[in-house]
Design a protein around this ligand. Structure first.
Ligand code: RP5
Length: 182
């Protein structure tokens, strides 16, 4: 990580030691992506899903990125979430190196405010898909939910938590509707 204490503090919270095998891999191109990718961490913590998070760049540290992808399945991961900005090739690099599903988060770190990253992430060639979510924090949050939904296909306990989560959301909407429209 850089010497920026703010980022380091966030990273330390995310990289707290976990005693369970990771079920989700989280990778991002730079430490500057951390404030966005922490949205993923907040979702995985809410659902109590263990994860492994790292910084690896498709362009700056390609070997590290390739190793993260190729070793993910044997570590126990069921899905990888990759976030990157600018000409964002990290999610595609993950998809090239594993048969696990990949969720791509386009990060709004460039002058084009993430539109470049969105197109780079979503426009994968046939046969190598990346499930691409929205730009920035809302996308990272949804990437976390989507990862939990993928794991819940074969996990009844997680599926029950998702049902409760959906009810919670619906209740909040109803509560607001009752307040505004008596
Ligand atoms: C991308 O370039 C990273 O994912 C990040 O969003 C962007 C800027 O990186 P830094 O210059 O902040 O390290 O590769």
């Amino acid at each position: 990580f850089t010497n920026c204490h703010y980022r380091k503090d966030i990273a330390m919270k995310a990289i707290e030691k976990q005693d369970r095998a990771p079920r989700v891999g989280i990778v991002m191109g730079s430490d500057s992506d951390l404030p966005v990718m922490m949205e993923v961490v907040s979702v995985l913590k809410k659902f109590d899903v263990p994860y492994e998070m790292t910084i690896a760049s498709a362009h700056r540290t390609p070997e590290k990125a390739a190793l993260f992808a190729s070793s993910a399945r044997e570590k126990g991961m069921g899905v990888i979430i990759a976030g990157a900005g600018h000409a964002a090739h990290l999610a595609g690099a993950m998809a090239a190196g594993t048969t696990l599903p990949i969720i791509g988060v386009p990060i709004d770190s460039s002058a084009l405010q993430g539109l470049d990253a969105l197109l780079s992430t979503v426009q994968m060639p046939p046969g190598v898909p990346v499930a691409t979510v929205a730009i920035g924090k809302p996308g990272a949050y949804n990437a976390g939910i989507l990862a939990v939904q993928m794991l819940a296909i074969a996990d009844a306990e997680l599926a029950a938590k998702l049902t409760a989560f959906k009810k919670e959301m619906a209740d909040k909407v109803e509560e607001k509707a009752r307040t505004l429209v008596p």
